[in-house]
Design a protein around this ligand. Structure first.
Ligand SMILES: C[S@@+](CC[C@H](N)C(=O)[O-])C[C@H]1O[C@@H](n2cnc3c(N)ncnc32)[C@H](O)[C@@H]1O
Length: 197
């Protein structure tokens, strides 16, 4: 998986971070508590925002991305450990986490349904599951434009599906959605769920 994407990820994110993405990250992460699992932590963009949590276990399959999180771990206020793993096969026991965080990652996970089942398995009954994800837009022209761009986009941006209906996938999963906030005409969604198993 050695490729150019991890090398340019932080620079590519700079314009996005300017349009409030950092504030949206912070707003979702402040709802996490206790033992936290972060899915696909990438270069650790969320790490400085964790404050009132016990500890964060982050999983990330690409060591090139994880290597870049070292400065972010240094800035963090809580203990953070990164595990090399995929969301579809989480290396944790059942009913373990109080909170799960996933930002800008469900677009890239090859089997998102399996990942949602795994999140349900490893999180406690009543755990909060927090997403900040870009999705297929509801407007038909914009959504169709995303469909057209996606095949090339996926090849260029490390498997990212620009048109993934992550809200639909979560609705069909065993997690219960408690709140959805929409930004940029529905391009970016903040989705709060509870694991009410
Ligand atoms: C666009 S980056 C987002 C990184 C970070 N979550 C953020 O908010 O900046 C997508 C990340 O998903 C990771 N990823 C790809 N496949 C994955 C999988 N099956 N399980 C978990 N993470 C995965 C990639 O390695 C990459 O770090």
């Amino acid at each position: 998986m050695e490729n150019w994407f991890p090398k340019v990820y932080n620079s590519a994110m700079k314009p996005l971070e300017k349009i409030r993405v950092s504030q949206l990250r912070e707003a979702i992460i402040e709802k996490a508590h206790g033992r936290v699992l972060e899915i696909g932590s990438g270069t650790g963009a969320n790490f400085p925002f964790y404050r009132n949590v016990m500890r964060v276990d982050a999983i990330e399959p690409n060591p090139q991305m994880s290597r870049q999180s070292t400065p972010q771990i240094a800035k963090s206020h809580v203990p953070i450990e990164i595990h090399t793993a995929k969301a579809e096969d989480l290396p944790f026991k059942d009913n373990f986490f109080d909170s799960v965080v996933a930002t800008l990652v469900f677009c890239t996970i090859p089997d998102p349904e399996k990942a949602l089942q795994e999140i349900r398995r490893v999180s406690k009954p009543g755990a909060v599951v927090l997403f900040l994800e870009h999705v297929r837009m509801p407007q038909s022209t914009l959504g169709k434009a995303q469909d057209i761009i996606t095949p090339l986009w996926r090849k260029t941006f490390d498997g990212c599906h620009l048109n993934r209906d992550t809200l639909g996938l979560i609705s069909q999963s065993p997690l219960s959605i408690t709140k959805v906030d929409s930004y940029y005409k529905g391009f970016l969604l903040s989705i709060e769920c509870v694991n009410d198993k």
